[in-house]
Design a protein around this ligand. Sequence first.
Ligand code: ATP
Length: 241
Amino acid sequence: MSAAVELRQVSRVYGSGPTEVHALREVDLSVRSGELVAVMGPSGSGKSTLLTIAGTLEEPTTGDVVIAGQKLARLSRHDRARLRRRSIGYVFQNYNLLAGLTAVENVALPLELDGVKVKVARAAAMEVLAKLDLTEQATRYPDELSGGESQRVAIARAVVGERRLLLADEPTGALDSLSGEVVMRMLRLASHDGVAGVVVTHDAQMASWADRVVFLRDGRVVDQTVPGPGLDSILTPGATA
Ligand SMILES: Nc1ncnc2c1ncn2[C@@H]1O[C@H](COP(=O)(O)OP(=O)(O)OP(=O)(O)O)[C@@H](O)[C@H]1O
């Protein structure tokens, strides 16, 4: 079976001349369906860049991104947009919930944009919100939600529908450890349904939910490990920002 997402020798350079930054250098990374991978590394090591490139939101300077066996560079803009809308769920640091829509409307939006009937989309959204213990908050607007609730609504929006790949940038950063655990459990559950997940985190406790932890430094993958009791010892001082 092909990987859900594969980066082949991916490099990303920002700027040019004296301001040139090599955010990623020849990164190879393959994530299978049902696998949850945590990405760790110091600030500026390229974690967010890796996530946006894996999510097709940005293009590599060199190298290839392959999603479900398809080389991204070979797809038309239209096919790429459809793939992004249908198959990839994103959870960003700032949640990106639309202020004018209620929680359930935010969660249903990706399905509605994809042509799913409003009633069906809302029912699917309610189901995911219930899983995240957010039934009562469904009709609230983002400014009526706590930080943790907003985060979970963002997770719900990312997992609703037939997503094959979930990408989360520090999803637990703003949360207390208990809500962080709820979020990681949700990502874990999605992976049991065959969804591939990539999570950027600074937190070894959260990374311990993953099948594999990938360490970045200066844009390179410098280590990969299976999380376990030894994870803390790998996180040398300065390895987390
Ligand atoms: N749009 C951009 N233009 C110029 N440089 C950028 C851009 N995006 C990222 N960079 C640079 O690329 C490098 C990697 O950034 P990236 O955000 O991927 O790191 P990170 O590991 O996610 O950091 P953090 O943990 O602080 O969020 C950094 O040096 C950053 O300044």
